[in-house]
Design a protein around this ligand. Sequence first.
Ligand code: S3P
Length: 742
Amino acid sequence: MADNTPSFERVAIIGLGLIGGSLASAIRKHKLAGSVVGFDQRADELELGVELGVIDQAAPSLKAAVEGSDLVVLAVPVRATRTVLEQIKPWLGRDTVLSDVGSTKTSFASDVEAVFGEMPPNVIPGHPIAGSEKSGIRAANPDLFAHHKVILTPADNADSLSLARLKALWEGAGATVLTMSVAYHDEVLAATSHLPHLIAFSLVDTLAGEDENLDIFRYAAGGFRDFTRIAASDPLMWHDIFLSNRDAVLRVIDHFTHDLGELRGAIADGDGATLLRVFSRAKAAREHFTKMLSGQAYVTNNSDQQVIFHMQPGGSVRGDIRVPGDKSISHRSIMLGALAEGVTEVKGFLEGEDSLATLQAFRDMGVTIEGPENGLVRIHGVGLHGLQAPRGPLYLGNSGTGMRLFAGLLAAQPFDSELSGDTSLSKRPMGRVADPLRTMGAVIETAEGGRPPLKIKGGQSLTGIHYDMPVASAQVKSCLLLAGLYANGSTSVTEPAPTRDHTERMLQGFGYDVQRDGATAKVTGGGKLEAGVIDVPADISSAAFFLVAASIAPDSDLTLRHVGMNPTRVGVINILRQMGANIEILEERVIGGEPVADLRVRSAELHGIEIPEDQVPLAIDEFPVLFIAATCAKGRTVLRGAEELRVKESDRIQVMADGLAALGVETTVTPDGIIIEGGQTIGSGTVESHEDHRISMSFAVASLRATGPITINDCSNVTTSFPDFVELAKQTGFNIRTEGAS
Ligand code: S3P
């Protein structure tokens, strides 16, 4: 708890195995309770508990342990629960909180009901998702739960104070606490823990063979060792778990057996296409999952995984490159491809974390997606009404676009859904989409202040509205148009200034009628999307770093190929040209409904300007790097009307001003913009990017004109939009070294 008051006075831990012992020692280490009393029917373990300092006190009986404790935690084998509950029932205080650490929750809840005749409000079942193949109190580890998840499964009548105290206790032990229903817990665990253990036990047993010929293990390599590590777990405990979670485990075994049977069939029939499809889908899912778990791309506040850019000053920027695919178009290609009828082929897809999160979310809703493989993706569309309920929250990483567009789409589905994101996304405003969606009839719950996560209630029938957007936001417009595909009647959106129109263009490309009349776009529900081919142009927002780089670095000459030149995105070129940049637009063409060109940019003497306000929405993502251009220009640059920058992946006005200040550049921050006196020297220093990809890359560009080395912290999020930034930067002449990147 924030005030450091222990959550409990006296905690009784019944059962001093690995988990019970580790919880006891975590409570002691972090002073989460006044004292910890242990009980175990194995007297030697109990004695050891005191000797090893795991518990404060060994209780001679269950009565002595439980009486006077305000928290009792059962850490006994799952199958012993009922007996222990019967024994402790008479000694439990009225307000004593009772919890457990068992791996199956339905069985615990039914044992409690059998013994107490109901689920008392102070009983909060729990399950730490942590463990080891080691067992016994000697393996107790106070850090076992740090950076692990603990699931609590309170019943509807649970006492909220008891829940809050228990949650604070686990958080004090370093865990992240999630709550869910008992039934959902058991389904999830059957799939993610119980089945893998069963397979590991079974595989090792099969290979060991009935004649106990263990010779085969001599030849077993690392894959076998990794895969079967969990077969060394405690047999008795697992026997308990399978018998206790029988129904959920049987369901997932049947599912797995069916899928395994299909793979067997594919091998027997020489059906390589099926094998490839399944394996590539699994590989992609596994990679996504690894990143989510390790926090590589999404959780940058974990110091172990920091990526740091070390920039040496100077250099020229030269060459001929193609930056990765447009992020906005990549998101939309997956979304509309998934909702279309037929197979959509996407070329040039951005394999960045943001668009990959969107891709994974559709896989989680049952859409088969092949790839990405060198930017190629094949989406087997399920039609507007073919999505399936995801099994858990959809995690959208760092992506505001993902979350806002999904909100519109999911508001109209027959199933409930939840959208979550990383720390940066969790701070961003979602009321701007939730409010108008609600007026269409959507039921959406947000966290405090309209922030994520979003909980969306399925099965609502939506009605079309007209919406005058208070802010110029393509995300809000797109969200409402997507919801409008499902709404009764027409949905129209008027924007206060032009914003990117990729949704409108792509809907039309998929054969859906979008009526555009000046600042208003309108769709009518009830149509359908037809699969197509999408060629994603290179992202002008990524090209922007190189446009500025080659403009400010002396002796530069760089060609950028196949850059998206949608008129709603070219603000950065208009602004740079007004500042005197030398950018040639070559080979203009239209590909798949989007204008594209090659850009040749050479060093130029830039001068400061008053940035025209009508260019702000057209360059909304490019301002961080434009601030670097302004710093290198002669004279003053003034930006106004850009308050939206404050609610991007970071507060881009303040964070850029702070970074520039760290390099000795003074700026004047205003509520809706910034004033930069050009021609100041960019010195050496350390800059914080605040988990914002575009801040990291902008300061990398600044190094080209710096007088000393620049260190940029917190750069792992560059992979959200520009996975090969470092490679292309090196190739064109930046002097960049990364630390901590995998
Ligand atoms: C985007 C719209 C813009 C932009 C974002 C991508 C999109 O956001 O900043 O990077 O793909 O629709 P807003 O709609 O909030 O301006």
